[in-house]
Structures are given as structure tokens and as C-alpha cells.
Write a protein of this length. Sequence first.
Length: 125
Amino acid sequence: MEYYEDAIPCVSQLAKRYPLISLSNGNAQLQLVGLDRLFTAAVSAKSVGVAKPDRRIFQAAADAAGVPMHQMLHVGDDVALDVLGALEAGMQAVWLNRQGKLWPHEQMHPTLEIASLAELTPLLA
């Protein structure tokens, strides 16, 4: 598995301040890639029985973190599955927009938009 160069530094810094929950529609196994030490929990579509953008998978992530939905910040690159899914579930959402695309929805907007994960930790400080 290859990571974007900004991924590990960002996750490492965030893990010092926040409970991080991996939320995946796939079958990511954090222990196999050596990232389990940085995350409080991993929530997957397989473990919950539903996939993003279903509200229940976002709720499972909030439950794993032990915080209410409105205090969660979901970071993702997929407009529909990550950003709109999180917003509709009652979370805050960061759109990781590496390609500089225009936001395609008028009704809802991400809480934050970033082009790189390196931008995230300073914004949360």
C-alpha cells in the first residue's frame, strides 16, 4: 500500500489530539499496514452491514469515538459518499479535493475544503 506523502504526518499529528476512527466501505485492515496504533477504532461496511453514505455507518464511527455526531469531523475525498454522507448524518465534513474540482452541490457545502492533508492540522489548531 502506498500513501500520499501528507497522510502519515497528518494522521500522526491528529492522533495526538483526537480519537481517530478509520471509516471504510472497503476492507482496510489497519494492523496489516501498521497504522492501527494511530487509530482508536476501525469501522467498515462489512462490520456494520451498511456502507457510506448510510447514516448508520457514520453513527457507528461516532459511537466508536464516544462522541456525538455533531462533534465528529469526517475527512474524505468522495463528494457523495464522504462529504454529503457525513453532512446528512449530522457530522462536520472536510472535502479533500486534491484535483481542485468545483463543489457540485448548491444545497450543502463541506465544513472545510482542503487540497492536501498538510492543510488540516493547522486549521484544527
